[in-house]
Write a protein that binds this ligand. Structure first.
Ligand SMILES: [Zn+2]
Length: 623
């Protein structure tokens, strides 16, 4: 039934959905090709699915993994994972800008019925073997990698560098993270993993995405597996977090199982640094098979307050983790005069996505240092060192430290922010506006890490380390990152000409290198008058506004967070021609839909924005 669902989904969305069976693509897990069980009247097969824009896939695309059910009698996980796949495809087809970002820039791997045999036969185990005691972690060498379930997961993790994962279970209610094994217990309590800071912060973030109970408490208690669930030997959780950095053969076991014709020992020896996933164990309900009425509907995903169903709740957690796999800056709009010159005001409205916290700098680089303003693959990480260093040392226009806005699918109290300043006095010719950003530095915080090493997860290291490179045990997949990531504010360069400083209103400015001493409103009024005479592209709203005396004009107030300290800018001119040229960089333009930003923008701005959106060909969000 689930197999059919995914085959149908693949036919319907051939560019987004790929479907495999583990026994076909990983023949070493079943060397004699014999039947290992019957599932719905047929030989069992382990379904593997990838949701991603196939045409944009690279060896370094950020990857996440969701396991529906290691225990076949725990039924909510598979239902959730199925709905996740459908949701991503349907909203992608509807051109929902945030879902497009998740599917174009990340790869989501699913094993809906990880334990295919147990799921088909309503049993916890696979042929009487428990898959979640079958991983190479603190296990006897003949007691691990016995199941098709664990071998299929193992082969996938050998080839892919999953940053985040949820393994869905049922039977109690808890959202938990490392550690979950005896070797990381001290006085009956779990010790802290080296990634405690990332585990707790991201954990709180997905706990919030899951929402609260009818009694206004978090639905999911959050804590370490050892403390809220119990320690196990051979658990998937500790293995998938630590197989890339803990010692072999203990606790990372080298497995020599006898089942199903055996499995080569070298399949449980891993490349150093390869497997280091931030994985969450979600125990979703006290009942393993939830009552139909408690499942909820995917359509309830849009409101975290109003939905109490398992499916929308857990779907939101998955979406949040997919988002977090790639910290990035989303440029929502760029505002400057039509013919900017040295000292011209410039402001760039941006949102942090895939992160908790961001420090961003708006830079002006010469287009000769960065041809076509192209930062290259992996957010600048693929640039040569010398080119990269030159670009990050470019003139700084503005800087800010903000909370990331992230997904706004189910409402967000966090807003976009504005980087604003003036073009440098020596600006001229073709320049590139860039944003250099650093994310989540607080993930480096440690108190008593066990073992005593720096954060080991891919997700933390690609944020914290000057340069980070990881390679999967098998196959071509890599992570390539720099701590400072680069994002182009526009797809095209900006032409800065010195002549626009000459204005009829303020002739004393003629020839001066900078206008920073002039009151901002005069500078803008002067520029506006000048621009009106020269530039026929100014739209009606701007023209009406600029014809008023400066004192009567309402300053436009972008949505601001309380802790931010930027001054409120006065925008007189928005260059439509410039915006049109960079429309491809303005993915978020039409998605300014958080309550805060809508509430504060005045009506004229709202109309203005809608018109801009129309002019640059952006569609409204699908919901
Ligand atoms: Zn379970």
């Amino acid at each position: 039934q689930t197999n059919q669902l995914f085959q149908d989904l693949r036919r319907q969305y051939p560019d987004l959905v790929e479907v495999w069976y583990a026994q076909d693509i990983f023949p070493e897990i079943l060397p004699q090709r014999t039947s290992w069980g019957t599932c719905e009247g047929e030989p069992c097969r382990t379904l593997i699915v990838r949701i991603a824009n196939k045409r944009l896939l690279t060896d370094s695309v950020p990857e996440v993994f969701f396991s529906g059910a290691l225990h076949g009698d725990e039924r909510i996980g598979p239902a959730t994972v199925n709905e996740l796949a459908k949701f991503l495809c349907e909203q992608y087809a509807a051109n929902h800008s945030e879902v497009v970002r998740l599917v174009d820039g990340r790869a989501t791997w699913l094993m809906p019925m990880t334990n295919a045999h147990g799921y088909a036969n309503y049993r916890r185990e696979e042929n009487s073997m428990d898959p979640n005691r079958d991983f190479p972690y603190l296990q006897r060498s003949d007691r691990c990698m016995q199941t098709q379930t664990a071998r299929a997961v193992n082969e996938l993790f050998r080839r892919h560098l999953f940053q985040f994962s949820i393994t869905f279970h049922g039977g109690m209610r808890a959202l938990t993270y490392e550690w979950g094994s005896r070797n990381h217990l001290a006085r009956m309590k779990s010790t802290e993993s080296p990634d405690e800071a990332a585990f707790t912060q991201v954990g709180q973030s997905i706990q919030a995405a899951a929402g609260k109970t009818a009694r206004s408490r978090w639905f999911y208690p959050l804590g370490r597996i050892n403390d809220l669930v119990y320690p196990v030997d051979g658990g998937m959780e500790d293995w998938s977090y630590a197989a890339g950095f803990e010692n072999s053969p203990s606790p990372i076991t080298v497995c020599k199982p006898n089942t199903y014709g055996g499995y080569p020992q070298d399949r449980t020896r891993y490349r150093k640094g390869s497997i280091s996933t931030l994985i969450y164990l979600a125990e979703m309900d006290d009942r393993k098979t939830a009552q139909e009425a408690t499942l909820g509907r995917t359509a309830e995903i849009w409101s975290v307050e109003k939905s109490q169903g398992h499916i929308p709740r857990n779907l939101r957690m998955c979406l949040k983790l997919i988002e977090m796999a790639r910290p990035e800056i989303v440029v929502q709009r760029v505002m400057t005069r039509a013919n900017p010159g040295p000292g011209s005001d410039i402001s760039v409205e941006v949102a942090g996505f895939g992160c908790e916290q961001v420090t961003a700098r708006l830079l002006m680089a010469s287009s000769s240092d960065l041809p076509n303003c192209d930062v290259g693959a992996d957010d600048g990480a693929a640039l040569e060192d010398t080119a990269f260093q030159k670009v990050v040392a470019s003139k700084q226009i503005a800087t800010a430290n903000y909370k990331c806005q992230g997904l706004t699918l189910w409402g967000s109290r966090r807003a976009a922010f504005v980087l604003e300043g003036k073009l440098p006095a020596d600006a001229s010719g073709e320049v590139c506006l860039l944003i250099a950003a650093e994310f989540d530095s607080q993930w480096g915080h440690q108190v008593h890490p066990d073992p005593s090493v720096n954060p080991r997860s891919h997700a933390a290291r690609l944020r914290l380390e000057e340069q980070y490179h990881a390679q999967a045990s098998d196959g071509p997949n890599i992570i390539r990152a720099r701590r400072t990531k680069l994002f182009a504010a526009s797809k095209t360069s900006l032409l800065v000409s010195a002549s626009t400083q000459v204005t009829p209103v303020m002739p004393e400015l003629k020839g001066s290198a900078t206008t920073s001493t002039a009151p901002p409103s005069f500078e803008i009024a002067a520029s506006a008058t000048h621009t009106l005479q020269e530039d026929a592209n100014v739209n009606a709203n701007s023209r009406a506004e600029t014809s008023k005396p400066p004192s009567l004009r309402q300053p436009k107030q972008p949505a601001l967070e309380t802790e931010q300290s930027l001054t409120v800018p006065l925008y007189a001119i928005v260059s439509i021609s410039f915006l049109s040229a960079i429309s491809s960089g303005l993915i978020g333009l039409a998605s300014m839909r958080s309550g805060a930003s809508q509430g504060k923008a005045n009506i004229q701005d709202a109309v203005h924005e809608a018109e801009l959106a129309k002019m640059v060909g952006q569609s409204q969000p699908a919901e």
